[in-house]
Design a protein around this ligand. Structure first.
Ligand code: AVI
Length: 327
């Protein structure tokens, strides 16, 4: 009945809300303070991220788009798409602007596969299904709405076909190196011999190019970071004054860590619900890592976690790679 459904929905929302609150408060009570960049993406954050991807300084999207439009045959060949039927599982599919080129290519080649986009947003999955069924007739699609690893289990229970996993956009960069290793090792446990992982890495390069991608002139990246304070105000009854913080970005060319911070411009106290948080003048809140890798570091990550790095496909500038790892 309708009421029961409503309750179920709002309860799932409740859980997510509680987790959001817990993780924000814990992060701000830790020394040094930190917030989690996975929370950047509310409605306004999604728009700001779209704007970031369209900025001239933000080369990552263009580089990977070039790979997917100019080297589609190479990608398809590298995942050995034509050997046997398979499921093409995309982690964090979003609007699939890049992967749709590969999907189209595979359909044109009569490859026997099912596209299984995984996304935390149920809305995105619905929109994707609608759009792709129009754009790529003949595409077999099973949308999976939820967390990556849970949905991978589901994909495995739906079908025992060979899996090809897409993890694009350099999203692995938003994990600390150690976390990225743990992620790959967890992912490996869900896969079987013969399965393939296609994973995007943003590479170490001229430090000025990297820094300006995250420190743009117009301040869109700054707004993207500061928006999380607004989100906390809106969803957790906070009273952050975003003008009392500034965005500060660093890039360390040795480690490849590109990190963003919000710096408190004054001594201040902020209330979030019933919690009070004190900030000292110039105190930093660590927001996000966008880790850059050398080629051998990417290969090393494969080897250390049970994958064989079999190929990597760079853009024409050699700034970004889609690496192909085999189980
Ligand atoms: C989503 N992720 C790969 C982006 C990145 O490059 O780390 C997020 C981002 N943060 C600031 N600009 C873009």
């Amino acid at each position: 009945d309708e009421n029961i459904n409503m309750e179920t929905v709002s309860c799932a929302d409740c859980e997510a809300h509680q987790k959001f609150e817990d993780e924000i408060i814990t992060g701000l009570k830790t020394n040094p303070k930190h917030l989690l960049s996975k929370y950047f993406y509310d409605q306004k954050g999604d728009v700001l991220f779209q704007q970031i991807m369209n900025m001239p300084e933000y080369y990552l999207t263009d580089c990977e788009m070039e790979i997917f439009t100019q080297k589609t045959g190479e990608l398809a060949g590298a995942i050995k798409a034509f050997d046997a039927p398979f499921d093409l599982v995309e982690l964090g599919a979003g609007d699939a602007t890049k992967s749709s080129h590969l999907l189209q290519y595979l359909v044109n080649q009569n490859a026997d596969f099912t596209y299984m986009p995984i996304d935390i947003s149920g809305n995105i999955i619905a929109v994707l299904r609608e759009r792709l069924s129009g754009e790529i007739p003949g595409l077999d699609l099973v949308g999976l709405n939820g967390e990556y690893f849970e949905m991978l289990d589901k994909a495995n229970s739906i079908s025992s076909r060979r899996k090809v996993i897409l993890f694009l956009g350099g999203n692995i960069g938003n994990m600390e190196v150690e976390e990225a290793h743990d992620f790959c090792s967890e992912l490996r446990k869900k896969l079987n011999p013969g399965d393939i992982l296609l994973i995007g890495f943003d590479l170490k390069k001229d430090p000025d190019i990297i820094l300006s991608a995250y420190n743009d002139e117009k301040g869109i990246t700054a707004a993207f970071n500061l928006n999380l304070l607004e989100r906390i105000n809106n969803e957790l009854d906070g009273n952050f004054n975003r003008n009392a913080f500034k965005h500060y970005q660093t890039y360390d060319p040795l480690s490849g860590a590109c990190r963003s911070y919000l710096i408190s411009l004054e001594d201040q106290q902020v209330r979030i619900g019933n919690e009070l948080i004190n900030f000292k003048e110039n105190e930093a809140v660590y927001m996000e890592i966008s880790q850059k890798y050398a080629l051998d570091e990417a290969d090393g990550m494969a080897l250390k976690n049970g994958f064989k790095p079999i190929n990597h496909i760079p853009d024409s500038k050699g700034w970004f790679i889609d690496a192909i790892w085999k189980v």
